[in-house]
Each structure stands twice: as C-alpha cells, then as structure tokens.
Write a protein that binds this ligand. Sequence first.
Ligand code: ADP
Ligand code: ZN
Length: 671
Amino acid sequence: MIIDVAIPIRISNSFHYLIDDELGKTLSIGSVVSIPFGNRNAFGFVLGFPAKSNVDLLKLKSITEILVLKPVFDESMFQLLKWVSDYYCHPLGEVISTAIPKVFWMPKKEKKNVEVKEKNSELILDEPVLGHSLNENQKKAVDLILDPSEKRPFLLHGVTGSGKTEVYMSVLSSIINDKKTGIILVPEIALTPQLTERFSKRFPGMVAVLHSDLTAKERTYQWNLITEGKAKIVIGARSAVFAPLKNLGVIVVDEEHETSFKQEDSLRYNARDLAVVRSKLLGAKVILGSATPSVETYQNALNGKYVHLKLPERVNQRPMPTTSFIDIKDKSQWYSPELRWLSRGLVNAIADTLNQGQQVMLFLNRLGFAHFLFCGDCGHTWRCKDCDVSLTYYQNPPLLKCHYCGVQKKVPVCCENCSGTKLDTIGLGTEQVEKTIKSIFPKASVARMDRGVIKGKKDLEKVLERIQKREVDIVIGTQMVAKGHDFPGIALVGVLMADASLNLPDFRSYERTFQVITQVSGRAGRAETPGEVIIQTLNPEHPVLLAASRHQQELFYRDELNSRKLFQFPPFHRAVMLRFQHTNPKNVESFAYQVTELLQKEAPRRFANCQILGPSEAPLARIKKMYRWQCLVKSESVKEIQGMLKLLFEWEKKQKSTVQLSVDVDPINFI
Ligand code: ADP
Ligand code: ZN
C-alpha cells in the first residue's frame, strides 16, 4: 500500500512511502508516521492513499513506524491547511507543523509526560455576569450578523468605546445557544487581559485561552479541552485561527487592523485573512472589528464584499475628545531652550488636568532613553556589529541595545574611535520622557508602559490595576497604551511626536499614523470626564493628522484609497515580497539579480500584468549577520503571481544556491 506523506521541511512536494496493507488500513489522513528521509529518520503527516505512484515501486521506501494513529487534523482543517499552503506558497508539511502544536505530532519518546490533568483557571464554573442591554446600533449589528441569509463577512466599524465587545458577546451567546462554538482572535493576548476576563465572566466554564506564553503542558491541556468539546469559546492570538473547534459558528477578529495578526517568520500568514477563509469554508460567520479598519478591509466594505456595520457613537453619548495641535517647530512653544520636544502648552494642560484630580497619558512610539549615542569630538556613533542599525541608548540601567538582535553593551566612558569624552545622545525615547516629566511634576505618580518595563502579562495587569485605582497620575507609553484598554480616569492624552510614523519608508505609513493617533486619542474621556487630546507635531497642517484629529474617517479612507490606486498598491494590486539573505554580501546581491532578471524575462510572455520592482538592498541591509536584499512583485492577479512563483521555485531547486529565499505574500513589513 502506498501513502503520501508531507514532511515539515522547506521542500514543496510530498513523498510516497510503502506500508504493510493491514497496518496501512489503520491509518487516516492526518496520522503521523516516522519515515527514512535521506540518511536520517524524519516524521511526516499522512496526506492520502494514492492507488499508484509515478516513482518506481521498487525504489519506494517503507515507513519506519506509526507515531500517532488518531489524525492530528480533521477533514475541514485539512482543506484550510491546503489553502494556506497554496496561497502562501509554503510547503504543506510546514503549514501543518505550524498550525498544530508540536506535542501532538512529535515523536513519542520526546512527548512523554504530557498527558496531564491540571487545574485550569479559565474553566472554573461561576455564575455568569449578564451583559448590558444593547443600544439601537448594537442591536441592529447583532441582528444583521445573526441573519442566516447574510453570508458575507462583517466589518464592525465602531469608534473606541462604542460597545463592539458587547456585540461580540451577544453574538456568541446566541451562537452557543445554537450548540455552536466561536473563536476570538486578539492581536496580543498579554495586552488584552480585560477582554479575556470579560469573556470568562460572561461565559464561565466555556473559555479556553491560547497564547504563545503557554508551556507545552498548558497548551496540550487547552487544546484537549477544545478537541474534547469542553471549551466552546477560544480566545487567542493569531495561531488560534487554527483552533480545532467543532461546529464553528463565528470567528471574531478584534482590532483587525493590527499588524501582529501577520506572522513575520517561516510561514508568513495573516490570521485576519485566514479567519475570513476558514469561516467561508465552513459557512461560519466572521466579524472584523475595529475603530480604524485596515484600508484593505475598508475597501471590501465599500465595494460590498463585506457588510459595513457602524457604531458611530460612544456608549451613553459620551462625547469624542477634542483635539488641538502644537507646532513644535515654533521656538516660542518650547518648554525651555533645551527642551525642544516638550511644549509649554502641553505642560500647562498636564498641570491643569492633575489639579482637577484627573489622569494624563503621554504617547511616544520610541523605546529607550535616546536613539543613539555619539561622540561630540569626532562624530562617531555606536552601531550593532551584526545589524545595520545604531544601538539604542538606555540610561537606567545604562546600556546600549540593538533592537533587532538583542545585543547589549556597557555604555562607554570615552569614544572608541578618538578617545574623546564628550559623549552625547540624539533622539527621544520613553525613558527620557519619564525622567523629564518626573522632574517637572515631582509630586505626580508616573508609570511607564513599554516593552522596557512590561515584560509579560503580570507586569501589565499590575500597571493597569494601578491606573484603574488612580494610583498613577501620568502614564507614559509606546503603542502599548493605545491597545483598547479602558481607562476611565484619563482626561488628557498628549502625543509627543506625531511625525515619527508619518515618514517611515512604507506605503502604509499614513494608514499607521491615522490609526495610532485615532487609537490613542480614543483613550481620552472614556467615562464622565470629557477628553482632550494635544498633538505635538512639525506638521500641524498635515492632512492625515487633521483627518485623525477631526474624526473624519471617510475623508481619510477616500484619500488613502485614491493614492493606493494611483501608485498601484494594495488593495488594488496584490504584492509579494521576495527576500534574499546570506552572510556573504556578494552572494546575496548576485542571487537577487539572477532571480529578478529571470522574472523580468518571463513576465512579458507569461505574466503580462506582473510588475517586478528591484532588486534592492533592504532598508535594513543587515540583521543578525545576514545581508538582506529584496524584490517586490505586484499584480492585479494573485493567480499570475502564484504562477510566477511556481516557476521561480522550480528554477531555484536546480540552482542549489545557499542564499535563503523567502516569499512573503501580502507583505506588511517593508524594512
Ligand atoms: P469597544 O469594544 O467598542 O471599545 P466596549 O464593548 O468595551 O467598547 O464598551 C465600552 C464600555 O461601555 C464598556 O465599559 C462596556 O461595558 C460599556 N457598554 C457597552 N455597551 C453598553 C450598553 N449597551 N449599555 C451600557 N454600557 C455599555
Ligand atoms: Zn544587532
């Protein structure tokens, strides 16, 4: 008997093996077997039982042993996994090994002692907490979502604090009454303890939580709850899109615009897009929720592919915050001649807010104390030896850190180049903001929220609780503060440098800026206190900042879509980024040129709509000792791009080059 086996390695096709007929009959699609591969033993997933093979039967090898009989995925999951493999041009074996936790397919010897029964906090039975009675807009949204005749995905487009989470919970409650199940995808589970808690309270005993911090044991336990049908709701980060729930009724993607739904290594999938695909394959509902939808999703709502549900008002008619700009180019605005990044206007507003007993939030998307250290005598700067970036300067404790490879160095006392001692720093980070703000407001209690101080769920819960209890007067943070937290006492939000994200070399830089400004502004005035937002910027007339501050969403999306169309970017054109990496700069460059020339030669004949841009050195030309080049392929037709990639892979196999080639379909990261 022949079986077709996918091995989790970077080779696209599956392989045929022989198995004894009797044994073979006990296997299913999704069983795991150990097989000889090259001169070693590998393991692989059974994909099927072909009647014949185009390889000579005498040349086929037999499997070594059966590792797992019970399939590690079911038929409907198999459909999804195959779709992923085709769409992302990624070998099926690796897709399966990414989607299914290791403990279920790892060789037996390594997975002893995983059968555990431990107490699970998420499944404790309690009296359910009832939801709010829904307002008109919420009711309308829930009714439309539950309408069985409506098969399209839903964009739940609701301003911050408009009650989207209440809508999800109401839909889920009805789905569960119908004996179905649901998945809630969140950008980063550690950053959303409040949401998880709300679901666990409303649906006691039904919620399983999947996230990357789980130990193998915990993951197995949660996964078993799901496959055994005990958990009805799964909350998790992107990989939870593969959660093996039966009778899936709905997938919710909360904050669908967040880039963390995209996996940025190995299998580069976007969980938001997979949620749409999986629900379509199953006939389940899918809800994409956001106050600031991605431009792609917005366009789908405009052209009717998705249903556009709007929650235009905050719950209980709480007003949206008012926004003003301070032009930080203007010297007369500076707090002092030395402090150019802080305006007197903002300092006064902070003082007023504190006097009224309210809380303040300051936002800056830069970690550390300063961008870099330089020598005032010779101009030397300290850079990472393995990455093409400067080292970020931290003051407490004093360190130079590389944000790409994690290297840390002691801060030097003199210049390694000229031995000069006039070392100084340039650029602003949250650490410096904290120090300065503490010196201006010595009586205020200040807390920082960024990856420098918040290392995990515990740290975050602690600081959120302190803010909630009003033990903190001023919160200073990076993106982390913008992520949907409900802080009732924040009356003033200050954006310190709105320009930082406007000028990144990425076609989505305007979209990102619009989203982050809208999201941080949304933290102001969540309760009775009306909110105020002050934006410090070099460009107070910038249309993106103006649209964000005036809550003119339609205007922003219209302009942005026009420019995407003009420059042939997504969502009008599909993009695929080819990345090349090698330790030798010459090898990577010449391979990138070879590939690009091959594609440019083939394109006019076979893929007339494809544009091939590049090759070019990546903006970050070296990371972790690897030199990096890239080539961008764009086309209106995904099919064409996929055809071209097939051709490329066949050619690549013959080259036997040591340059790493990776394919990023629908890329998000251009750096
Ligand atoms: P979003 O997810 O859009 O930010 P939430 O669902 O978290 O909004 O709602 C914001 C706040 O308003 C929460 O504290 C929630 O409990 C409350 N809320 C939501 N819907 C209602 C409602 N219909 N009536 C009263 N309060 C509500
Ligand atoms: Zn580095």
